[in-house]
Ligand binder design. Structure first.
Ligand code: UDX
Length: 454
C-alpha cells in the first residue's frame, strides 16, 4: 500500500506515551517528544512512567525494533514527522473552571517555528471548542505560508487501565479536517488501526467532520458518561431516603438496551484526570459562548458527585455512633482503615480520586486513618502525605474501628471478611463502591453499609 507517514507525539504523559508506543506497535515509525528530559531518558531506557497493563512490554519490543524513540529536541521532532500529534496536558485553570491551554500553545509554537516542510499538526488533547481554529492561526503565524502546514483535530477516548486496547482497537475514530489533503494524511496515519481491525474481522467507524464538532465529541462523550454516573448516584440518594436498593434498580433499568447497564455503578462517584475537570471546562466554555444555560445541569452532575463523599462520612459517623456538629462529624479517637486510594481500580492514578479525598476528610475530622492501595500508594503519598500508608489489607484493617472500601480493587472484593473480622477492633464496614458481597460480610458479623442500599 501507500507509504505510511512518520508520526510524532508531543507530550509523553498518559496520552502521548501510550499513543507513541501503540503506534509503533502498529508498524509506524514514531518519535515521542517531551520537554521533560527525565521522562524521555526513562522511556528510551524502556521504562514506562505510568502503570498501564501491557504497555511496558510494547515499549521494549518497539524500542528494540527501532521503530520508536523519544527526544527532547524539537528541531529533530519537526524534521522527523509528517504528522504531529499534540498530546500535552490541558489542566484545570487556577480559577477552577476553564482549561489551561499554555502547554498547547507552547508545544505548537515551538514545533511550528522549526518546521521546514509541509506537515499536518493534529490536536488530540481535550480542549475547549474553538481551540483548533486558534491553533491553526498560531501555526499560520509561526510558519511561512508556502510550507502549507495544516491543522486537524482528532480526539481520543482512552480509559486508564484499558489504554493499550483503546488505542489499538478504538470503538471509533473521529477527525475534524478542513481539506482533502489533511483528510487523506490523517487516514494514512490511522490506517494501521483499520488494518488491524480488518485482520480481526472488526470495523472501526470513522467520523469525518469539522473542527468544532470534533472538539465537542470528546467533551460531549465525557459529559454524558459523568451524567450517567451522577444519574445513578442521584437515584442512590432517593433510594437512601425511601428504602430502595440502587444496585437492583440499576440492574433493572440497565436491561433496557436504550439505557444499557454500563456506567450505572452507584457509589462514591467519578474522579480521575478527565471527567471532573472536563465537565467544568465544558461549562466554562459554554458560558463564554453564551450557551451556559444548556449545560447548567452539569453543575448539578458535579454537585451530586461531590455529595457522595459526604455520604460516606455520614455512614461512617452512623456506624461509629458519632454525632455531627456544624462542621460535620468528629472522628477523633477512632482508627479507620481506608481500602483504596486510586480513582478506580487497575491504575496507580490518584488524580482527583474520590477515595483519597474521603481519606483526607476523615483524617481532617480527627480519625487515625490507615490507607492501603495495591498500586496507588506512591502517588497518594505525594498528594496526601499526612495520611498513614500500609503495605497490605491486613495491616490497614488491624485494630481498625471501621473499614471503608473506597476503590473496587479485586483484592478487596475477594478479601475474606472472617479473617479481617478477627484483625479489626470493630466489625463495621462502609462499602463506598458497592463492591462487597453484603451477605457474606454480614454473616461474618460485620455491620455493613453500602451506597444507596438499605
Ligand atoms: C474517562 C472516559 O471513560 C474516557 O473515554 C476518556 O477518554 C477519559 O475519561 P477514565 O478517566 O480512565 O476515562 O475513567 P472511567 O473508567 O471513565 O471512570 C471514571 C470515574 O467514574 C472513576 O472514578 C470510576 O470509579 C467512576 N465510575 C465509573 C463510577 O463511579 N461508576 C460507573 O458506573 C463507572
Amino acid at each position: 500500500g501507500a507509504p505510511r507517514p512518520r508520526v510524532t507525539f508531543l507530550g509523553t504523559g498518559y496520552l502521548g506515551a501510550t499513543y507513541a508506543i501503540c503506534y509503533a506497535e502498529l508498524g509506524y515509525e514514531v518519535l515521542g517528544f517531551d520537554v521533560d528530559a527525565d521522562k524521555i531518558a526513562k522511556l528510551n531506557a524502556g521504562e514506562v512512567p505510568i502503570h498501564e497493563p501491557g504497555l511496558d512490554e510494547l515499549l521494549r519490543r518497539n524500542l528494540a525494533a527501532g521503530r520508536l524513540r523519544f527526544s527532547t529536541d524539537i528541531a529533530e521532532t519537526a524534521a522527523f514527522g509528517d504528522v504531529h500529534f499534540i498530546c500535552v496536558g490541558t489542566p484545570q485553570r487556577a480559577d477552577g473552571m476553564g482549561a489551561d491551554l499554555s502547554y498547547v500553545e507552547a508545544s505548537v509554537t515551538a514545533l511550528a517555528q522549526q518546521l521546514t516542510r509541509k506537515a499536518l499538526i493534529v490536536g488530540k488533547s481535550t480542549v475547549p471548542v474553538g481551540t483548533a481554529e486558534w491553533v491553526e492561526q498560531l501555526v499560520g503565524k509561526h510558519t511561512p505560508d508556502d510550507l502549507g502546514v495544516e491543522v486537524a483535530w482528532s480526539p481520543e477516548f482512552l480509559q486508564e487501565g484499558f489504554a493499550v486496547d483503546d488505542v489499538l482497537r478504538p470503538n471509533r475514530i473521529v477527525v475534524g479536517v478542513k481539506s482533502e489533503w489533511a483528510n487523506a494524511m490523517l487516514y494514512a496515519a490511522h490506517k494501521g488501526v483499520f488494518d488491524l481491525a480488518a485482520t480481526e474481522d472488526r470495523e472501526v467507524p470513522l467520523v469525518v467532520t469539522d473542527f468544532a464538532t470534533a472538539e465537542l465529541v470528546k467533551v460531549a462523550a465525557n459529559a454524558f458518561l459523568a451524567t450517567k454516573i451522577s444519574f445513578i448516584n442521584a437515584m442512590a440518594e432517593v433510594c437512601e431516603a425511601s428504602g430502595g436498593d440502587v444496585t437492583q434498580l440499576a440492574r433493572a433499568i440497565g436491561y433496557d438496551p436504550r439505557i444499557g447497564n454500563r456506567f450505572l455503578q452507584a457509589g462514591l462517584g467519578f474522579g480521575g484526570a478527565c471527567l471532573p475537570k472536563d465537565i467544568r471546562a465544558f461549562q466554562a466554555r459554554a458560558q463564554e459562548l453564551g450557551a451556559g444555560e444548556a449545560l447548567r445541569f452539569l453543575h448539578e452532575v458535579d454537585l451530586i458527585n461531590l455529595r457522595r463523599r459526604t455520604r460516606v462520612l455520614q455512614l461512617a459517623a452512623d456506624l461509629l455512633g458519632r454525632r455531627s456538629g456544624p462542621a460535620g462529624p468528629d472522628f477523633s479517637g477512632t482508627r479507620i482503615a481506608v481500602l483504596g486510594a486510586t480513582f478506580k481500580p487497575n491504575t496507580d492514578d490518584v488524580r482527583d480520586a474520590p477515595a483519597l479525598a474521603v481519606a483526607a476528610l476523615l483524617a481532617k475530622a480527627g480519625a487515625d486513618v490507615h490507607v492501603y492501595d495495591p498500586q496507588g500508594t506512591e502517588n497518594a503519598r505525594r498528594i496526601a502525605p499526612e495520611l498513614c500508608y500500609e503495605a497490605s489489607i491486613n495491616d490497614a484493617v488491624s485494630g481498625a474501628d471501621l473499614v471503608c472500601v473506597l476503590t473496587e480493587w479485586a483484592d478487596f472484593r475477594n478479601a475474606d471478611p472472617v479473617v479481617l473480622g478477627e484483625l479489626a477492633a470493630g466489625r463495621k464496614v462502609v462499602d463506598g463502591r458497592n463492591c462487597l458481597d453484603a451477605t457474606l460480610w454480614t454473616q461474618a458479623g460485620w455491620e455493613y453499609r453500602g451506597m444507596g442500599r438499605p
